[in-house]
Design a protein around this ligand. Structure first.
Ligand code: PLP
Length: 387
């Protein structure tokens, strides 16, 4: 059953005039399915499923896209973070600073290498607050992980200045931000390395899990490459323990096809954002995300803010409009982080965001009528509250 049909079933009770699901991954593939199948067929015919020809081709193209010397493809974005930290020598007793309002992976990767996550609050835009970072740095701090949340670049010049001064690494969590730029430079090329997710929900997406580490540092690239392949230095020699985390050749083949379209699709997302901004302008009850002249955001998500988030979300659902919250429970309030000693009130800005943010559908396949429909119902929700 397609996602649209599934969604339709869920909202059918109220029989809305139109259905606008939050995501439409199947719809994305209509235009390019044949091209992808042809590319996969070539791999099947050759049989080089592991580290085959398309893997290195994809890595060359992805490095070009990010403006880095190296791109090492992996099995997921989570592995990208884990292997980047391992390759930088981060482990037991080390501390790594990151934010509490991110996908769980950013923090779990720190724990998985044996280090301690040190969380820092965010600014109103949801990205790391550089002013709060410096006071958290100790002799144990080995890295800062700014997350380019929603596809909006974090304030990288301040973060890099702090890190350079203290000789600690900057690992960009660029999972949501393929092709975003900060002062004209692509994310993933600003810090010591960038970690990308190419999960199906991302703006450049595989047909399953996938990830990439980008870097200009040859030594770091070589170590990530070794760690993704059992620590082998050649077919028969191993000099360090590791598991494996390789991008399948068939995934690389499909990603090479998709890379051709990523800029066009991102532009369409940005056009959708402009359309929403116009359609929602004048509504004082909601705030749309801002973009500074120094940034080019890619809108992995389009997140509005409103005090009546839960009511609005419910209302939109009854009209067939899918929305989501990224993320409803900040990481410091998850049961898994109890031992870190944080609690309610530890990060007021992240907590406020968790209560007020709502992600609207933003994918490239949305039609103008979809955007009009969503916006009309946001207006009608606030009209109905005035009565
Ligand atoms: C900010 C962030 N970091 C890390 C990840 C982990 O990526 P993956 O799901 O590919 O492991 C994601 C993906 O959802 C993410 O959004």
């Amino acid at each position: 059953m397609s996602p649209i049909v599934q969604y339709q079933k869920r909202v059918n009770a109220s029989k809305p005039k139109r259905i606008v699901p939050y995501v439409n991954i199947a719809g994305q593939h209509v235009e390019i399915k044949k091209e992808i199948l042809n590319a996969i067929e070539c791999v099947i015919d050759r049989g080089d499923f592991i580290l085959g020809k398309e893997v290195s081709k994809f890595e060359t193209l992805f490095a070009e896209l990010c403006g880095t010397k190296y791109a090492i493809s992996l099995a997921s974005g989570t592995d990208a973070l884990v292997l980047a930290m391992k390759a930088l020598g981060i482990g037991l007793d080390d501390e790594v600073i990151t934010v509490p309002n991110t996908f769980i992976s950013t923090v779990s990767a720190i724990v998985l290498v044996g280090a301690r996550p040190v969380l820092v609050d965010v600014k109103e835009d949801g990205n790391i607050d550089p002013e709060k970072v410096e006071e958290l740095i100790t002799v144990k701090t080995r890295a800062i992980i700014p997350v380019h949340l929603t596809g909006k670049p974090a304030e990288m010049d301040s973060i890099l200045a702090i890190a350079r001064k203290r000789k600690i690494a900057v690992i960009e969590d660029a999972a949501q931000a393929v092709t975003a730029t900060f002062r004209g430079t692509p994310v993933g090329s600003l810090g010591d390395c960038g970690c990308f997710s190419l999960h199906p929900l991302k703006t450049l997406n595989a047909l399953g899990d996938a990830g990439v580490v980008t870097t200009n540092d040859g030594k770091l690239a070589a170590r990530v490459k070794k760690l993704r392949n059992l620590g082998l230095t050649s077919r028969d020699n191993c000099d360090e323990w590791s598991g494996h985390s390789r991008l399948d050749t068939i995934q690389a083949a499909s990603l090479i096809v998709k890379l051709k379209y990523v800029k066009k699709y991102t532009e369409k997302r940005r056009q959708n954002v402009e359309r929403y901004r116009n359609l929602l302008s004048g509504l004082t009850e909601i705030e749309c995300p801002q973009e500074e002249p120094s940034e080019r955001s890619v809108y992995h998500t389009f997140v509005i803010r409103t005090e009546k988030r839960d009511e609005l979300q419910k209302y939109l659902t009854t009209y067939g409009i899918g929305t989501a919250v990224h993320y409803p429970i900040p990481i410091h309030l998850q049961s898994v982080t109890k031992r870190l000693g944080y609690g309610k009130g530890s990060f007021p800005s992240a907590e406020k965001l968790a209560e007020t943010i709502l992600s609207l559908p933003i994918y490239p396949e949305l039609e103008e009528d979809d955007l009009n429909y969503v916006s009309e119902h946001i207006h009608s929700f606030y009209e109905s509250r005035k009565r």
